[in-house]
Design a protein around this ligand. Structure first.
Ligand code: NAP
Ligand code: MG
Length: 482
């Protein structure tokens, strides 16, 4: 039964007004807003209120062809020919306009996707702008990035992004593609297209030559047409492992370069010598940040047996204070689940966890009546083979397991189809080096979690995909070296 909150804060809502969301968005092709050939539009809703925010064009195969042709022409006509320094100037301009419009972008991201305004304001938007700044700097320094080699651009990059970090994922993809001299056709996720459409406005405002970046909206089918298009030279996909596999199969035998950033089941490991209170904060940040809609979330917690009881109690006390509710309120810690469908998936996993015999715990916060919300949830007494320890839930649900020795926890952490992220909390540097060498995950944090920086590469092993985004390594997928 839901009880009253432990204490009440006065509401501190951000104003919706800066979002300035239009009633309808068309497709951004060849530098112009174009009506979809199908004449059809879909709704984007606010998952915290279930209200319609806008309607968005559905691109069909004809529109995908148009966008790819525009990108191809722009590549041949302008982008391949202009100097790297000029390319860099355009990318800097995008970054600066993003900063100028930061408030508008943050409010739009929160309204469209349900994440707390604190996160979109302090993390998503500034980090997205930083990616453009960072890659703008590389544009005229590719000779230093690849010494004694020539970095040749590929042509048209087809890019597909998920709904959990909409603008940030678009930045991760567009910035390195442009810096290396490629042109772009990008399709954002259906439930969260709005900030990417605003990025198209910014690209227009930055006066990039027409066709250098094209944004086409639609569902999975639009994405499938884009990935299969013969004139696309490189595909960058971030999303589920299931769709990643479909794309990889569909590209078999083609000459297209491919990078896949897929799901994860991050192991967050707490040793008895860890700074306990910081580790509790790290665990909270690792799984409840962005409602657990994080591919690298620390969704499997391994606590050393000697401190398990104390640690779990501290964790329960801490999550009991998390505020779940209106994402526009600056006090909110956990906002809305992105869609009704994702909430159903999370609830189905909670049922599975109970049926598997794990011990269920949720906080007693009161959830809003409208919208899609989920209480912070823990499972203890979880077995390594349980589905809630193996499969990605993508919600604020943590599975807690215990261990005794370093070797045991390494084996358990690696016993996963995924290999995207891990966290290690300990006082001993030697232990950090030992574990980070032997755990197969693309990103390993030590005594922190979920920290991101444009200079650091990000990506996975195993079913978490391949290829790296961010940092110098993020340039590789977009060039052919000679
Ligand atoms: P998704 O269902 O795989 O969708 C990702 C994108 O692919 C969306 O734009 C989607 O369009 C599109 N799509 C769907 N079917 C397609 C097809 N057959 N061909 C081409 N494109 C297709 O994933 P999601 O639910 O949006 O995102 C959550 C997943 O992304 C999680 O598994 C998470 O771990 C992963 N993720 C990974 C990273 C990373 O860096 N490794 C980062 C963020 C998220 P629609 O939305 O319109 O269906
Ligand atoms: Mg939406």
């Amino acid at each position: 039964m839901a009880k009253k909150k432990k204490w009440e804060y006065s509401p501190a809502p951000e104003s919706k007004q800066p979002a300035a969301i239009a009633g309808r968005y068309e497709l951004f092709i060849n530098g112009k807003w174009q009506k979809p050939s199908s004449g059809t539009y879909f709704n984007s809703i606010n998952p915290a209120t279930e209200e319609k925010l806008s309607e968005i064009a559905t691109a069909n195969e004809t529109d995908v062809n148009k966008a790819v042709q525009a990108a191809k022409q722009a590549y041949e006509k302008y982008w391949k020919k202009i100097s790297p320094t000029e390319r860099g100037k355009y990318i800097f301009r995008i970054a600066r306009i993003m900063q100028e419009r930061a408030r508008e972008l943050a409010v739009t991201e929160t309204l469209d996707g349900g994440k707390p305004i604190r996160e979109s304001r302090d993390f998503d938007i500034p980090t997205a702008a930083n990616h453009f700044f960072y890659y703008a700097g590389w544009a005229d320094k590719l000779d230093f990035a690849f010494p004694n080699k020539k970095a040749n651009s590929l042509g048209v990059a087809g890019q597909i992004t998920p709904w959990n970090f909409p603008l940030l994922m678009a930045a991760w993809k567009i910035a390195p593609a442009l810096a290396t001299g490629n042109t772009v056709v990008l399709k954002p996720a259906e439930t969260t297209s709005l900030t990417t459409l605003k990025l198209a406005e910014i690209i227009q405002e930055a006066e990039l030559p027409p066709g250098v970046v094209n944004i086409i909206t639609g569902d999975g089918q639009t994405g499938a047409w884009l990935t299969k298009h013969n004139d696309v030279n490189k595909i960058a996909f971030t999303g589920s492992t299931e769709v990643g596999k479909i794309i990889q199969r569909s590209l078999a035998g083609s000459q297209k370069k491919l990078t896949l950033e897929l799901g994860g089941k991050g192991a967050n490991i707490i040793f008895e010598d860890a700074p306990i209170d910081q580790a509790v904060e790290g665990v909270v940040n690792g799984i409840f940040f962005n409602q657990g809609h994080v591919c690298c979330a620390g969704s499997r917690l391994y606590v050393q047996e000697s401190i398990a009881k104390k640690f779990i109690q501290k964790l329960k006390d801490r999550i009991g204070t998390l505020l779940v509710g209106d994402p526009m309120d600056k006090n909110t810690d956990i906002g809305a689940i992105n869609s009704a469908q994702q909430l159903k998936t999370i609830q189905a996993y909670i049922k599975i966890g109970k049926a598997e015999g794990a011990t269920f715990f949720e906080t007693d916060c009161v959830l809003p009546k409208k919208g899609f919300f989920c209480r912070p949830t823990l499972f203890t007494n979880v077995a390594q083979s349980n589905r809630i320890a193996q499969e990605e839930i993508f919600g604020p649900v943590l599975s807690i397991l215990t261990f005794r020795t370093d070797d045991e926890v390494i084996e358990k952490a690696n016993n996963s189809p995924y290999g995207l992220s891990a966290g290690i909390w300990t006082d001993k540097g030697a232990r950090i080096f030992n574990l980070s060498k032997r755990i197969r995950a693309g990103v390993i944090w030590a005594n922190t979690y979920n920290l991101f920086d444009p200079t650091s590469p990000f990506g996975g092993y195993k079913e978490s995909g391949f290829g790296r985004e961010g940092g110098l390594q993020g340039l590789h997928p977009y060039v052919q070296l000679s």
